[in-house]
Write a protein that binds this ligand. Sequence first.
Ligand code: DX5
Ligand code: ZN
Length: 221
Amino acid sequence: MKKFFIAPSILSANFSKLGQDIKDVLSAGSDIIHFDVMDNHYVPNLTFGPMVLKSLRQDNIIAPIDVHLMVDSVDNLIPLFAQSGATSITFHPDSSKDINKTLSLIRRYGCKSGLAINPEVPLSILNNFMDQLDIILLMSVMPGFSGQKFISSILNKIFKLRKMIDKYNSKILLEVDGGININNIIDVAHAGADIFVMGSFIFETKNYKKKIDMIKNKLNM
Ligand code: DX5
Ligand code: ZN
């Protein structure tokens, strides 16, 4: 059976007890922590940086941490996030001056590399980079905020990307980010996603285990 990964986005966590929220969501059965980095330039919102990641690692959080950079000028941040304990680092193509260089920088620092594709960006932008990618993050909302509605036309884009991945580099993981909930997760899975980023759906209640069990039941995990 296909392996799925549940990746809670801590953009929806309680920042006053971030470490505990992450431990709780991991012990409730999630696989990856999705770490949304925003700089108030690339997107109109501001979150956390490498120092927060480093503190979480020092607090014995050992699960994979998937850093999603929504910042301008990504290159100078990559060593900092890698040395602070990132497992994977994903950036948006228009935030890098040289996409090849940024992708190789990420791998050189020992992390998995990824590109994030906004809803309006065509998949053809990936054509020259398929052999340098470990992850492709398809945005199903405009980046910047949690709690937005899933853009349903992205389902067809997921399906097309699945075909591209199967044809050119089947090791790439297809991650979908934004607006996923219990009502649409099956459609996202059937279209071909491997990793489901979920913020508000998981964090809107205190009982993370109940939410994650619901998701696993839906996915037959
Ligand atoms: C949006 C972020 C997402 C977001 C997901 O810019 O990249 O990770 O937090 O949150 P939900 O699941 O609430 O859409
Ligand atoms: Zn994200």
